[in-house]
Design a protein around this ligand. Sequence first.
Ligand SMILES: Nc1ncnc2c1ncn2[C@@H]1O[C@H](COP(=O)(O)OP(=O)(O)O)[C@@H](O)[C@H]1O
Ligand SMILES: [Mg+2]
Length: 372
Amino acid sequence: MVGGGQLARMTQPAAVALGVRLKVLAASPEESAAQVVNDPVVADEKSLADLRAFAAGCDVLTFDHEHVPPAHLRALEADGVLVRPGSAALLHAQDKGVMRERLTSLGIPCPRWAVVSGPDDVAAFAAGGEVVLKTTRGGYDGKGVWLVSGDTPAEVVAEPFRAGVPVLAEERVDYARELSAVVARSPHGQAVAYPVVESVQRDGICVEVVAPAPGLSSSLAVEAQRLALTVASSLGVVGVLAVELFETTDGRLLVNELAMRPHNSGHWSIDGAVTSQFENHLRAVLDLPLGSPAARAPYTVMVNVLGGDLPEVYPTYRHIMARDPGLKVHWYGKGVRPGRKVGHVTAYGSDLDDLRERTWHAADYIRGDIDE
Ligand SMILES: Nc1ncnc2c1ncn2[C@@H]1O[C@H](COP(=O)(O)OP(=O)(O)O)[C@@H](O)[C@H]1O
Ligand SMILES: [Mg+2]
């Protein structure tokens, strides 16, 4: 797995259980996953020579992020390396412009969009309304996303263009909530669909996921799963595919973006599903039969722990565990910075209000936001 973040870290227990040796290419020995695998390879994911040397010791290459340059992936494939998902599929998760183009040609519902080359284009596209601007490459956790309107200062509208990559403009969707449809697909075409979840974003960062999305009509749930399975097969995705969706106030689904790796909206599955997204990602990239994505309980709630006022999370660790033995805590071994994802907590059962209260209490307490 190229990338040493928390996604690679959470893949390791699944690899252990499956009897698979997980190798990780990390940027530093302190990275989240480098702490938990044997002999992490510390190398530069943007260097083709480093990638080639790493791939030489692997049966199959997969990723915990989208940052490997597409040309390097094509070069590895030309060398004969098994890259899963392949470069042609992964490009749609690396470049939001390519993603919009392809989904639109497949007839998949998207927000109104255009690739824009400067503030004049933005004003023409906006026609007086609100617009979301996104750098087509390199963004994550809301970095690389701007909401602009006619009142936005000119220097802010100019900001997305400074990165030197194409900029995507989208209508600001009036959504009731955000949903995510996670599927896994193997090379010979077997696929499984997890229950469709609701995900709550704050400042562009996922803070809460509820599985399944409360009150979602079964017709919309099936439509979301079908849509994700269609994207997975049309693009030839191998591994986990997360389709981030908007449920509009008038009851339609629009695709926000795609991720081709384990996704924050699937972390609930570690504790809440028969087979976690991490295990199914490994099974898929190794072309093993996939495991059941079924939920173990009527509801599972996952709340991300973001760095807050406290310089580290461990002083609050004992209290959280003592207060709620049913809570599952997941630490990523990362340094605490305000707003940075440093872990998550999960609870499952049938009383949704109780699950939300417990998970939010834990996350807020760890941040230092409450005294009890
Ligand atoms: N067209 C849009 N209309 C309204 N909100 C949006 C739109 N696009 C993105 N957002 C909000 O910004 C968040 C981050 O955007 P996204 O494209 O998913 O970027 P990232 O790569 O940072 O996850 C979304 O989860 C959503 O809350
Ligand atoms: Mg997103």
